[in-house]
Write a protein that binds this ligand. Structure first.
Ligand SMILES: [Zn+2]
Ligand SMILES: [Zn+2]
Length: 339
């Protein structure tokens, strides 16, 4: 009883403090948001520890920085680029179907009657929507229907969760609870989906991390060589950090190679891994990437194009895809058909 009596005011005080804290920082009141913020903090701390340990232990590096500051400036720039890119993608939008639908409806209303745009609200498209949303349905349905080849079955077009008609390449993400355009995967590390809107930024992030890992590992190796006379346990911290770096390097190089291939062929991870189960791939000849426009155009479209992220992609007709499946001839090679 006594202990209960002592703890009760403490618990009450803690509850009041927690309540005041969450009122001040409402974004931390949700468990999922808190986990996501903690994960980001862990990533930032890990980056700082891996690089900071070098400057802490390696006196040669500190000396080298004084003699050749450009070397350290370049290294720190790569470090900052990786970190900034990480935080940038965490806050980026992968391109949601609802946003594309809103754009289409906005364009439709703007062209139909610009004065009524403000009064009209976004209406989710359902098969049994009432007459007030008929115009929204018809404009979006018309656009999406035109993206599928003629005669395609519309059975799989509607998302069971969002109740909206999805264009080709869009998929529902259970973590984000939204349909994502050109869905690639949901990245738990970044706490967001990778889709049409941020696939290129994701590739750059993986590139920066790979370069940072290689460079940092080279500096670790250089440090351990200069201290070869010491016993191994005297730089145990460096060994642990080196093992973490090695694992990170293996993962990032594998990711970099895989996503480079995906960008060159205009595919997504989801399409690559589930090709046989995706309905719009039925009838597509094997080894033909239906959305590929040639390697150069794929790279330009994915990384350099300023076209609207919400621009929808049409599925080519089966005839066109069969034509693309024809074997390469000498003329095709000379004319760079694959590019
Ligand atoms: Zn959905
Ligand atoms: Zn997601």
């Amino acid at each position: 009883m006594t202990s209960f009596g002592c703890c009760a005011p403490l618990r009450e005080a803690r509850a009041i403090l927690a309540d005041a804290f969450f009122r001040r920082f409402p974004c931390l009141s949700s468990h999922d948001t808190r986990c996501s913020i903690y994960l980001k903090l862990v990533v930032v701390v890990l980056h700082i520890s891996l690089v900071g340990a070098l400057f802490l232990f390696d006196t040669n590096l500190v000396q080298q920085t004084k003699e050749h500051p450009w070397y350290t400036v370049l290294y720190v720039s790569v470090f900052l680029a990786a970190l900034v890119q990480y935080l940038f993608i965490c806050c980026s939008s992968p391109g949601y179907v609802v946003d594309a639908m809103r754009e289409v409806n906005k364009m439709y209303y703007t062209s139909a009657d610009s004065s009524t745009l403000d009064q009209r609200q976004f209406v989710p498209i359902t098969e049994d929507s009432n007459s007030s949303s008929t115009q929204s349905i018809s404009s979006w349905q018309k656009v999406v229907t035109g993206l599928y080849p003629p005669g395609s079955s519309s059975r799989n077009w509607t998302c069971d969760h969002c109740k909206i008609i999805r264009p080709p390449r869009a998929k529902h993400c259970n973590d984000c609870d939204k349909c994502v355009l050109q869905f690639d995967h949901h990245c738990a590390w970044l706490g967001t989906c990778i889709g049409k809107g941020n696939h290129c930024q994701f590739w750059w992030y993986v590139l920066f991390e790979t370069v940072l890992c290689v460079w940092t590992m080279a500096l670790y190796v250089s440090y351990t060589r200069s201290k070869a006379s010491k016993e191994w346990w005297q730089y145990i911290i460096i060994i642990v950090l080196f093992v973490i770096l090695s694992i990170a390097l293996i993962l990032f190089s594998a990711l970099l190679s895989f996503h480079t291939y995906l960008i060159l062929t205009n595919q997504t991870t989801f399409e690559f891994t589930r090709r046989r189960r995706i309905f719009y791939f039925r009838g597509v000849p094997a080894k033909v990437h239906p959305f590929s426009r040639g390697m150069c155009k794929n790279v330009v479209t994915s990384c350099c194009s300023r076209e609207n992220v919400l621009k929808l992609e049409a599925m080519p007709s089966i005839e066109e895809l069969e034509a693309r499946a024809r074997p390469y001839t000498c003329v095709d090679i000379v004319s760079c058909r694959c590019c």
